[in-house]
Design a protein around this ligand. Structure first.
Ligand code: CA
Length: 230
């Protein structure tokens, strides 16, 4: 699952580019414009990184920071501010923030800082601490992840992988894969299956997944590897 980023910023012109940039990078992004809403979101859980503006309409961002820590928020907090001299104050006092950035800042720098924070804290909420390359299949959502990164699969690739993962370390026959991923009345060439498996392998390998789809000659295929799907 994607890391969740909460943007706390009352200026739309600053917030929207941030939302777009971080969404493009694959984060699950939420945006609120007051300190009160930020604390509500944090209390609800599932936030890995907070990007926190200090000049909010209802409360001082530093108080948001302190309250978040007091109420048990353990994810990363990055403070951004345009107030001259404010960063010195933030750095000098312990409000529980992890990083600080002065406005105006470049989006590339912000992205780099967010990545560094996630590496350092290991993320907090969804899927935290998963080793890189661990294969995770979210069946209901039909999504597949390598560690924290989503692997984009076609519908058939997903179906084939799901069937194999359901029988991990066991051989699944070609017939069964064809029947489950296509349908029982499908009389086409099994070459389609080989093409689908080939693409699936390429995508898993490119994403750094440590599990392998192994061909068992004359029988079918088997998903092998260390990690369990959940
Ligand atoms: Ca502001």
């Amino acid at each position: 699952m994607a890391h969740a980023v909460l943007i706390v910023e009352d200026e739309e012109d600053i917030a929207l580019p941030l939302v777009r940039t971080l969404e493009r990078e694959g984060y699950d992004v939420r945006w609120v414009d007051t300190g009160a809403k930020a604390l509500e979101e944090l209390a609800a859980g599932f936030v890995d990184v907070v990007i926190l503006d200090l000049g909010l309409p209802d409360m001082d961002g530093l108080d948001v920071c302190r309250s978040a820590r007091e109420t048990g928020y353990e994810g990363a907090i990055m403070i951004v501010t345009a107030r001259a001299g404010e960063l010195d104050r933030v750095v000098g006092l312990d409000y529980g923030a992890d990083d600080y950035l002065a406005k105006p800042f470049g989006l590339a720098e912000l992205q780099a800082r967010v990545r560094a924070l996630l590496r350092r804290t290991g993320g907090h909420a969804n899927g935290a601490g998963l080793p890189e390359g661990a294969l995770r299949i979210d069946g209901p959502a039909r999504r597949v992840y390598a560690g924290e990164t989503e692997v984009a699969l076609t519908g058939k690739e997903f179906d084939v992988l799901s069937v194999l993962a359901g029988q991990r370390d066991k051989v699944v026959s070609r017939e069964r894969l064809m029947a489950e991923a296509w349908d029982e009345n499908w009389y086409g060439s099994t070459k389609t299956l080989d093409v689908t498996i080939g693409r699936l392998r390429q995508k898993l390998e490119a994403a750094g997944v440590t599990d392998k789809v192994v061909a068992v000659r004359g029988v079918g295929f088997r998903l092998e590897g260390g990690s369990a799907d959940a």
